[in-house]
Every structure is written in C-alpha cells, then in structure tokens.
Design a protein around this ligand. Structure first.
Ligand code: FES
Ligand code: FES
Length: 156
C-alpha cells in the first residue's frame, strides 16, 4: 500500500491504495467519480481519458501511485458552473448517442484544442480526425463529433 495525495477536480484527496491501482480504478472505485468510463482497459478505446497536469491521459493504463502530487481533471470537473464550450458543442451538434465514449471524447477534444491553440496551429477537420484516432465511438459515425470539436474550437 502507498499513500498518495492528488488534486482531483480542484480538491485535495489522500488515500492509501495498493500499488497496482490504475487511475481509472482510483477515480471510479475510491472516489466514486464514475463519469470516467472504462471500455477496453488496454489503452485502445479512449473512454477513460482524463487530464493529468493539463494533458490528456488514458487513465486505464496509468498507475495512480505514479501521480502523487498531480492535478487530475475528470469530466465531472470540466464544467465551471455552466457547461464547458466542448460539452455545449457536443450537445448542439448531436455528437453523442449512447454517451459511453463521450466523457473520454470530450476530455481528449479539449486537450486537442488547447494544444493546437498553444502551438498556434490550425485545427483542420483532417487534424481532428487524426487526433481522435485513439477514441472509439460505436454509435455516431464521428461526423457530428468532428463538427462539435470544430465548433467548440472557435469558442474556446
Ligand atoms: S478504457 Fe482506457 S483506452 Fe479503453
Ligand atoms: S455515443 Fe455511443 S459509443 Fe459513442
């Protein structure tokens, strides 16, 4: 067991956890933040994406003990009173159906837009499709997801 202290969605949390605890398990089972989904557990589907120190990370293949002192944001912490522009855009452009992939899709998309803006790069439709290759959706066909990301990027 190891004691870790993280800041999760702006709040400090401290727990004794087995060393093999994945970040996804820590969030879902220890903190009951079940908005982070687990689809594959093998780093392929992207349903588990959260932000660690401001960057997208697949929580199903990240050990929680490796993150002592880190800042983690989950889908529950993304909105700040009002919905985040990415959440609004997914709603407006029908970027979801069953919603299973949506938390990971939104967290990954926010990271993409932030990264492109910080680097002064143009976020094209082709770039969005390429960047979202690590996020699988079984419902939407991706078209509306891409439209949502384009729309949010203009507002972020
Ligand atoms: S559950 Fe992490 S990538 Fe699928
Ligand atoms: S909305 Fe169902 S998996 Fe993406």
């Amino acid at each position: 067991m190891t004691n870790i202290t993280l800041t999760v969605n702006g709040k400090s949390v401290s727990r004794d956890i087995p060393d093999e605890t994945l970040l996804s398990e820590f969030l879902r089972e220890h903190l009951r933040l079940t908005g982070t989904h687990v689809g594959c557990d093998t780093s392929q589907c992207g349903a588990c994406v959260v932000h660690v120190d401001g960057k997208a990370a697949k929580s199903c293949t990240t050990l929680a003990v490796a993150l002592d002192g880190a800042q983690v944001t989950t889908i529950e912490g993304l909105a700040n009173g009002d919905l985040h522009p990415m959440q609004e855009a997914f709603t407006e452009h029908h970027g979801l159906q069953c919603g299973f992939c949506t938390p990971g899709m939104i967290m990954a998309s926010v990271d993409i837009v932030n990264r492109y803006k910080a680097e002064g790069r143009t976020l094209t439709e082709k770039a969005i499709r390429h960047e979202l290759e690590g996020n699988i959706c079984r419902c939407t066909g991706y078209h509306n997801i891409v439209k949502a990301v384009e729309s949010a990027a203009a507002k972020m």
